[in-house]
Design a protein around this ligand. Structure first.
Ligand SMILES: C[S@@+](CC[C@H](N)C(=O)[O-])C[C@H]1O[C@@H](n2cnc3c(N)ncnc32)[C@H](O)[C@@H]1O
Length: 245
């Protein structure tokens, strides 16, 4: 049976991500949040998944809101943080946040330039005047170098799973197919599709909005990114006037 993305995968997500050092990732995001220069910031985490980063960051930041398109991912969390089930291209918030971020190439799920720009505009509306929006993107090298590790199968709890990962380089699309079978023998299939935009295309899309690139780093560092990196970390701010850029 075809399942909604991150419904069945939500059941095994923590297992699939077991080798990810979320503590280190959260520390990096925290360091990025300090670029804001403000104490006691309010935070919105987009596409938060099962809240692994929030588990670390919310210990340091009290005003913390999470959101994700997948209700199952949000429900897989046990913390008491404020959680909203929504699409990052259509954020429903009336309030402003000092720091908005997303991790783990979640924004690569936006498949067209139009939807990417829509997401940027949606974030801009709920970003405080001196706020920061940061997100990482998975680039061509990440798909090429790491596709082999994403073809895997195994058991987790009562679930049997198989993941098939294919990067269609000429189409700039990375697909992951998950086949998950539960203890009753029912099989659920999820087809995930991510767009691997060219490095320069991000700058082009951002330039169409009221945000500008304050920094763009090789992920997990503060060194400038390049198109050959596996993952780039964009740090955006709101334009005030042309003199800011
Ligand atoms: C690879 S997971 C990353 C989850 C989490 N950020 C992490 O670091 O583990 C991608 C997440 O993006 C979410 N997502 C995909 N498209 C979305 C959209 N348009 N709006 C909000 N969330 C979305 C999925 O539901 C999923 O939880």
């Amino acid at each position: 049976m075809l399942a909604k993305n991150y419904s069945s995968v939500a059941q095994i997500y923590s297992h699939l991500m077991r080798s990810i050092d979320y503590k280190m990732w959260a520390k990096y995001v925290y360091d990025l949040s300090r670029l804001n220069g403000k104490r006691n910031i309010s935070v919105l985490e987009l596409a938060c998944g099962s809240g692994e980063i929030a588990g670390f960051l919310s210990k340091k930041i009290k005003d913390y809101t999470l959101c994700d398109l997948s209700l199952d991912m949000l429900l897989s969390m046990e913390n008491k943080l404020s959680k909203i089930n929504c699409d990052m291209t259509l954020l429903p918030f009336k309030r402003k946040f000092d720091f908005v971020f997303s991790t783990f190439d979640s924004v690569n799920y936006l498949l067209t330039k139009k939807s990417f720009v829509k997401m940027l505009n949606s974030v801009e509306i709920c970003l405080a005047e001196n706020g920061i929006f940061t997100f990482d993107v998975s680039l061509d090298a990440n798909s090429l170098n790491n596709q082999k590790y994403l073809n895997r199968s195994g058991m987790y709890g009562e679930f049997k799973y198989e993941q098939i990962s294919r990067y269609h380089r000429s189409k700039h699309i990375h697909r992951n197919k998950f086949r998950i079978t539960d203890k009753l023998g029912s099989t659920f299939i999820e087809n995930h599709k991510q767009r691997i935009f060219l490095f320069d295309e991000y700058f082009e899309m951002i330039s169409k909005t009221n945000l500008y690139v304050y920094g763009c780093y090789d992920a997990f560092s503060f060194s400038n990114a390049s198109s050959s990196n596996e993952r780039a970390q964009f740090v955006l701010k709101k334009r005030k006037n042309n003199a800011d850029i």
